[in-house]
Structures are given as structure tokens and as C-alpha cells.
Design a protein around this ligand. Structure first.
Ligand SMILES: CCC(=O)NCCS(=O)(=O)O
Length: 358
């Protein structure tokens, strides 16, 4: 299809897919999530305001605030700025390598402060392979210029980011996404989805989608992509852990043939502020769902990650860091009946197949 055929494209250039190693398919190394700030809830019950910990915007990160931040990650603006943590992220990536990690897919797209130069530096400094993301995040981050583009123009932008480089650099993206969608999917997001499908048809490249927070959202995205010529077998549906809960519905969606990504490992909170009807699963429940999917024959379609997008999840601030799955989740999987070869499929073989250009 293109000269990238049979290769993975990293921020340092094309790579033999066998060199990727264990891969987290949905992470962020530098980004801003300010678009998703949610004011924290006011404390309920009979608490004296003096005794209720509500982190003020000016408060620094301190150990005594960690539990509050885990419960309210989007309620403190400083927590949403992952753009100034280069040194901490470099240390984390070195630790990730020591833990056996080989690569990360960095899903930051236009709208949440993609910084490809920083990704290139981090990859050079640490030896971790980094794949950058082309395209656009959710509607509320679209500029008027983006909204004004036709599907053809959006396709050209995305193709250019993969073939020539993005954001005025010569650094080329190796996946399209995460492509952001809300629920319901907005008109501007539908155009971006159609452009994504067209670009994928031209390039034979991997695509990754951020679905809206409704169980009907993933199937609707797949329908739009398919209609526009997308390759669903080379597409990842992210964030399934907060999106589809019913096992029957999950199996129905799995039949569509895309990769099924559980990428919020490490995120456990009582009240999910983007959809209070959602009960965010625990990591143990995530492992149970993966075991269910394996039992149902989907071991070739599962991907995992931590989707680190806020500061409190970095080890520097007491969080679990980028090595959480390798250090904590893999051992748990092995105690829950996964074979080593099934773990290797999830961490090595499935990412490699997905990331290799056709
Ligand atoms: C940019 C990071 C991102 O979109 N993460 C998904 C968070 S959630 O929608 O699953 O809460």
C-alpha cells in the first residue's frame, strides 16, 4: 500500500514490528486535559467544612491529598496538566523498560496539546519505542477551523500527519487516534470519523477510537467508520472498561471484529464525574472481564493500557505509573488462569499485529 507496509511507524522512524516488545497501546506522556475539568462535588452529610478535604485549586499536591485526587482527578486543574512533567515521565519510562516494557502508543491528538518533539526526546533518552497519534480529540476541543473543514480536507490533514509529519515537525504519526467522540456523536466528530476511515483506507494504518460514555457509542462509531470504508479489523475501541458492562452487549459488540481495549487499569473511583450512572470497575473486575473475553474466544483481540492522562497517576506523585500492568496486573492475570502465552498475546502479539501497516 505504502512504503510503510509491513512496518510500525514510531516517532524515530519505521521499525521492524518484532522489535516492539511489550506494548501499552493507550498512554499519554505529555498532554493537557483542561477541556475536561469538572468542579468537585460539594461534601455531603454532616461534615464540618473544616473537616472535609476539598482540594483548593491553589493547593499543592501533597500525600494527604492523594485519596481525594484519586476520587476527583478532574476536579483540580493542576492535575490536568501533564505537559510539564518531562523529567518524571523520562524516569517512569526508564522504569517501564526495566520492568520489561518495550513500547507505548501515545494517543495525544490535536486538541489536547500533542507535543511530538517531546515524544521524540523521551524515546531517544529512554530507548522506549513511542508511536504518535494523528487526528483530532473530542468536539469540545475542535477549533472553528477544524469544524469548517470538509471530510476531504480533514482526510488530507490526517494523511499528511502520517506520511509527512504533524504540527510543523517532520515527526510522523504511526496511528490515527485517539479519535475523540462524544455521546451523542456530534456533526464535527462524524466528519472526523469519516476522514479517519478514508485515511485508513489509503494508508492501511492502525486506528484507535475514544468512544462516548454510553454503551451504544462503540457500535455507532463502528457503523460510521465501516460506511466510510474503514478497516474495523485494524481499529481499536478504547475505554471499554467504562463503556460496556453487560456481558451480552459486550459479546454482541465484539462480533464487529475490532480490538477490545481495557485501558483504564489503575483507575478506581466511586463517582465517575463524566457519567454518574457508571460504576468504574476495579482492576480485579477488569481482569475478570478479560478472562471472560478469553473464554469466549477473543484472546487475539484484547489490548490493555493505563491511559495515564493526569499527574496524580505518576509515581512521582504517589501514583501507579506506566509499569502498573507489567508489575501488578500480569501477576494477577497469571493467578486467574491466563497462560503465559495468552498474556504475551495481549501485551506483544496483538499490539504488534494492530500497529503493523498493511
Ligand atoms: C485524553 C485522555 C482520555 O480521553 N481518557 C479517557 C478518560 S475517560 O473518558 O475514560 O474517563
Amino acid at each position: 500500500m505504502t512504503e510503510l507496509s509491513g512496518k510500525v511507524q514510531t516517532v524515530l522512524g519505521p521499525l521492524d514490528p518484532d522489535l516492539l516488545g511489550r506494548t501499552m497501546t493507550h498512554e499519554h506522556l505529555t498532554m493537557t486535559f483542561d477541556c475536561c475539568y469538572r468542579p468537585p462535588p460539594t461534601p455531603g452529610g454532616d461534615l464540618d467544612p473544616e473537616d472535609s478535604v476539598v482540594l483548593d485549586q491553589a493547593d499543592p499536591f501533597e500525600m494527604k491529598h492523594m485519596f481525594w485526587l484519586q476520587q476527583n482527578p478532574y476536579g483540580h486543574r493542576a492535575n490536568l496538566d501533564l505537559g510539564r512533567e518531562g523529567d518524571a515521565v523520562r524516569e517512569e519510562l526508564l522504569a517501564y523498560r526495566r520492568a520489561g516494557g518495550g513500547a507505548v502508543v501515545e494517543n495525544t491528538t490535536t486538541g489536547i496539546d500533542r507535543d511530538l518533539e517531546a515524544l521524540r526526546r523521551l524515546s531517544r533518552d529512554t530507548g522506549v519505542h513511542v508511536v504518535g497519534g494523528a487526528g483530532f480529540y473530542v468536539d469540545c476541543t475542535h477549533t472553528e477551523a477544524t469544524r469548517g473543514m470538509t471530510v476531504e480536507q480533514l482526510t488530507d490533514v490526517i494523511v499528511g500527519e502520517v506520511l509527512h509529519g504533524a504540527d510543523g515537525t517532520d515527526i510522523r504519526c504511526g496511528v490515527i487516534g485517539e479519535i475523540g467522540t462524544s455521546w451523542p456523536i456530534t456533526d464535527s466528530e462524524k466528519k472526523v470519523l469519516r476522514a479517519t476511515a478514508r485515511a485508513q483506507a489509503q494508508l492501511g494504518c492502525p486506528v484507535i477510537i475514544h468512544p462516548g460514555r454510553d454503551s451504544a457509542a462503540p457500535a455507532e462509531v463502528v457503523r460510521i467508520l465501516q460506511e466510510a470504508g474503514g478497516d474495523i479489523g485494524k481499529t481499536v475501541m478504547s475505554h471499554l472498561d467504562r463503556t460496556i458492562f453487560d456481558h451480552g452487549e459486550l459479546l454482541e459488540f465484539a462480533k464487529q471484529g475490532c480490538y477490545l481495549e481495557y485501558d483504564l487499569f489503575g483507575t478506581e473511583m466511586l463517582n465517575y464525574p463524566f457519567n454518574l450512572a457508571v460504576d468504574m470497575p476495579s482492576d480485579s473486575q477488569r481482569v475478570q472481564t478479560l478472562a471472560f473475553l478469553v473464554k469466549e474466544g477473543y484472546e487475539d483481540r484484547i489490548l490493555v493500557a493505563q491511559d495515564i492522562h493526569t499527574k496524580h497517576r505518576l509515581t512521582k506523585y504517589g501514583g501507579h505509573g506506566y509499569s502498573h500492568i507489567l508489575k501488578n496486573i500480569v501477576p494477577k492475570m497469571l493467578t486467574r488462569g491466563f497462560s503465559q502465552s495468552q498474556v504475551d498475546k495481549v501485551l506483544i502479539e496483538n499490539p504488534k499485529r494492530w500497529l503493523t501497516f498493511k
